[in-house]
Design a protein around this ligand. Structure first.
Ligand SMILES: [Zn+2]
Length: 203
């Protein structure tokens, strides 16, 4: 029985290792592209929300961004916010091994910022689940939210998280001379990024 279990464990471990290797090898370009597409689209929703409040003067409870106008529960559910930030953190961590040298340093910064962002959303989710808000606030409130309102704070979190990702990608696509070659072919796929296409190149 014990032997059986350990064999199963070894099989799971080796397939997890294989998936991680593929994600950071032949799939890296596509996976990184997908992660960026999601992060940029999500940030666009935050920008749209700020536009609705500051330029259109909508009240905050009605300013739900673009897709949020069609599906308001996307914006109001703390579970979805938490799922999104947690998913991005997982994506950053899973695709990290493919980044080396200077690009790895920037990617680590993006990971650290996202980890803090997840911590803040964990606090928000906890309050929503318990039905008890911290600091006697009328709505779930995170730590930095004591200083900066939620709309501006999360616009900032998403922007400040995107900057090191872009820098990481920049050095990943154009590694400084002398850095060890990456395990993927992203640096050979600049045309692909330029065309925003998901087709791999053979150059
Ligand atoms: Zn890559």
């Amino acid at each position: 029985m014990y032997r059986h279990n350990s064999e199963a464990d070894t099989m799971i471990e080796s397939s997890a290792r294989r998936i991680l290797k593929t994600l950071n090898g032949s799939w890296h370009t596509r996976a990184v592209f997908l992660l960026f597409a999601i992060v940029v689209a999500h940030w666009g929703e935050h920008v749209m929300q700020a536009y609705q409040v500051y330029v259109r003067h909508w009240s905050l409870p009605h300013a739900h961004g673009g897709i949020g106008l069609l599906f308001p529960w996307l914006v109001t559910s703390e579970w979805l916010h938490f799922g999104y930030v947690g998913g991005i953190l997982a994506g950053l961590a899973l695709l990290r091994p493919g980044f080396a040298g200077r690009s790895r340093a920037w990617w680590n910064a993006a990971l650290a910022i996202q980890a803090w962002h997840v911590m803040e959303h964990t606090l928000l989710l906890g309050q929503a689940m318990l039905g008890h808000n911290l600091f006697g606030a009328p709505v779930p409130t995170s730590l930095v939210q004591l200083l900066i309102p939620r709309l501006e704070l999360h616009l900032f979190y998403n922007a400040i998280g995107l900057i090191p990702m872009v820098m990481g990608l920049f050095y990943h696509l154009s590694p400084p001379v002398g850095e060890r070659p990456a395990s993927c072919r992203c640096a050979h796929s600049k045309v692909l990024w330029a065309r925003a296409s998901l087709k791999p190149t053979n150059t």
